[in-house]
Design a protein around this ligand. Structure first.
Ligand SMILES: N[C@@H](CC(=O)c1ccccc1NC=O)C(=O)O
Ligand SMILES: [Zn+2]
Ligand SMILES: [Zn+2]
Length: 210
């Protein structure tokens, strides 16, 4: 018996918090069935970095890969959820003693972003020494339950670059409040947006039955 799928995505709705200054998420039914005679047709406006999403390296590197160029196998497979609650930041020294179990994907549970509708004043961020450790352990995807792997006011995006320089892709704004540490199967596929700097994803996990 395989476990139930758990949705770890932030529901997208008018009122979800965008990155400060960025495009707000908006969805509306633009054409009503009453008017078209046959169908309701919705329209959505969004930043690529609102809600649960992946960053394409092009987001922070003009020469980086775009969404449609990323390998999809990164976003499907075994992932280990690691509890890092209570830490102001996470780096090499916080993770070096932790067993990743050979997982190519790790999901960090910080619980530092309690409400998807409010952009947090502070949240747990990653330090620049994290990339080499993850590479050494064979990690290819880092997921986190915060709006960014870097602090809000960072202009140098040290954590984004440290991960990128070490071949680790990034998944942000996942919801891990009801997910216990352990091994899971993850699916978090980006949309094939040509030239995209990122993409919303529907992220789901279920307990790994290895
Ligand atoms: N790095 C964040 C987003 C980000 O930094 C951002 C998003 C929209 C508008 C401005 C942003 N950063 C500005 O310095 C992310 O990856 O989602
Ligand atoms: Zn992003
Ligand atoms: Zn990011």
């Amino acid at each position: 018996m395989t476990g139930k799928w758990i949705d770890i995505s932030q529901p997208l709705h008018n009122g979800i918090a965008e990155w400060p200054g960025d495009t707000p998420f908006h969805y509306e039914v633009k054409f009503l069935k009453a008017d078209t005679g046959s169908v309701n047709i919705g329209q959505m406006t969004t930043s690529m970095h609102t809600g649960t999403h992946i960053d394409a390296p092009f987001h922070y590197d003009n020469d980086g890969l775009k969404v449609d160029e990323l390998p999809i196998d990164i976003y499907i497979g075994k992932a280990r959820v690691i509890d890092v609650t209570g830490l102001e930041s996470v780096g090499h020294s916080d993770l070096e003693q932790i067993d990743f179990g050979g997982a190519e994907r790790i999901l960090l549970k910080t619980l530092s972003r309690p409400d998807a509708d409010v952009f947090p004043e502070t949240y747990t961020f990653l330090r620049r020494d994290i990339g080499p450790l993850l590479k050494e352990r064979g990690v290819r995807l880092l997921g986190i339950d915060t709006p960014s792997v870097d602090p809000e006011l960072s202009k140098t995006l040290d954590a984004h670059h440290s991960l990128h320089d070490n071949g680790v892709l990034i998944l942000e704004n996942i919801v891990l409040a009801s997910v216990e540490p352990g091994d899971y199967e993850l699916i978090a596929l980006p949309l094939p947006i040509k030239g995209g700097d990122g993409s919303p994803v529907r992220a789901v996990v279920r307990k790994w039955e290895g």
